[in-house]
Design a protein around this ligand. Structure first.
Ligand code: SF4
Length: 278
């Protein structure tokens, strides 16, 4: 999801009533296993990495106190639709398109029987509009036929919907349902590696590595804050280490160690040598 702020946002844990309506019974809210079937084995993090993760979590909360989803939505169906549209597209662009989409198709039932050509026209400006229109209608049809018209909250159910991957499923869980969910996009993956919270490249393995480092109730907002930091400070090509408030704890900082020590003073923990890594 993009980082620009929309006019209407929904914070975590504000729509628990939606979760209660879900037909799914099994909760994964407190699952933080060391091993996951799809993510493979996750080694227990060292104390040094754990301490760094805890400090990064603390600082990101201070730097970005407001961690909100910036896709305009009123319920799980709308956020699911908007998140499908956000692939390869900014939140701002999606937020321009969805009001008209939801005016024509306010419910899964309405969207499930929509004319694909009409939906294509409505979402054309978000790019990949033919695939997105097909996925939107397919998602709505699946919600109607397999989940009684209610968007499910279990990841295993969500990822069976057309156009919905693990990242989107975790957005739904953390933003709408108030459940643990840690979406890993390109920013979250890059920053997690630069901060040496993990060496994994695969997004699912990154997600499980972060699960082992962070309390479940922090997963969703940690992801949102890393995305903000990736967009504003830790750019893929030109990270602004000189102004970064994580520089003294970041092993990939480009700042000389002496410079970091001066700026951080006595609070700087031993976190390894400063070097850049992408
Ligand atoms: S110090 Fe540099 S590499 Fe590390 S998080 Fe900050 S901007 Fe990114």
């Amino acid at each position: 999801m993009a980082a620009r702020r929309a006019t209407k946002t929904t914070k975590k844990r504000t729509s628990k009533s939606s979760a209660k309506k879900s037909p799914a019974k099994k909760s994964t809210a407190q699952k933080t296993p060391a091993k996951k079937s799809s993510g493979g084995s996750v080694a227990k993090p060292s104390k040094k990495v754990q301490d760094r993760a805890t400090e990064v979590l603390r600082r990101l909360k201070s730097i970005y106190p407001e961690a909100v989803c910036e896709l305009t939505h009123a319920d799980a169906f709308q956020l699911l639709s908007a998140t499908i549209l956000s692939a390869q597209c900014t939140d701002a662009r999606v937020n321009m398109v969805t009001p008209e989409l939801f005016r024509h198709y306010p419910t899964p039932q309405a969207l499930s029987v929509a004319n694909v050509g009409h939906v294509e026209e409505l979402v054309r400006s978000t790019g990949f509009y033919q695939t997105k229109a097909k996925n939107l209608i397919g998602m709505a049809h699946a919600v109607m036929t397999r989940f009684g018209g209610v968007v499910p909250h279990e990841i295993d159910d969500l990822v069976t919907l057309p156009g919905v991957g693990r990242k989107t499923a975790n957005v739904l869980r953390s933003v709408v349902f108030g459940l643990p969910g840690l979406p890993v996009d390109t920013h979250v993956g890059r920053l997690s590696r630069r901060l040496e919270l993990t060496k994994e490249e695969d997004p699912v393995k990154v997600e499980y590595a972060l699960h082992a480092l962070l309390p479940p109730q922090e997963w969703g907002e940690f992801s949102l804050r890393l995305i903000l930091h990736g967009r504003r400070v830790c750019d893929a090509k030109k990270p602004l280490c000189v102004t970064c408030e994580l520089a003294d704890v970041c092993p990939s900082s480009e700042l000389p160690r002496a410079s970091m020590a001066r700026s951080a003073g006595s609070r700087r923990p031993a976190v390894g040598t400063a070097r850049r890594r992408h």
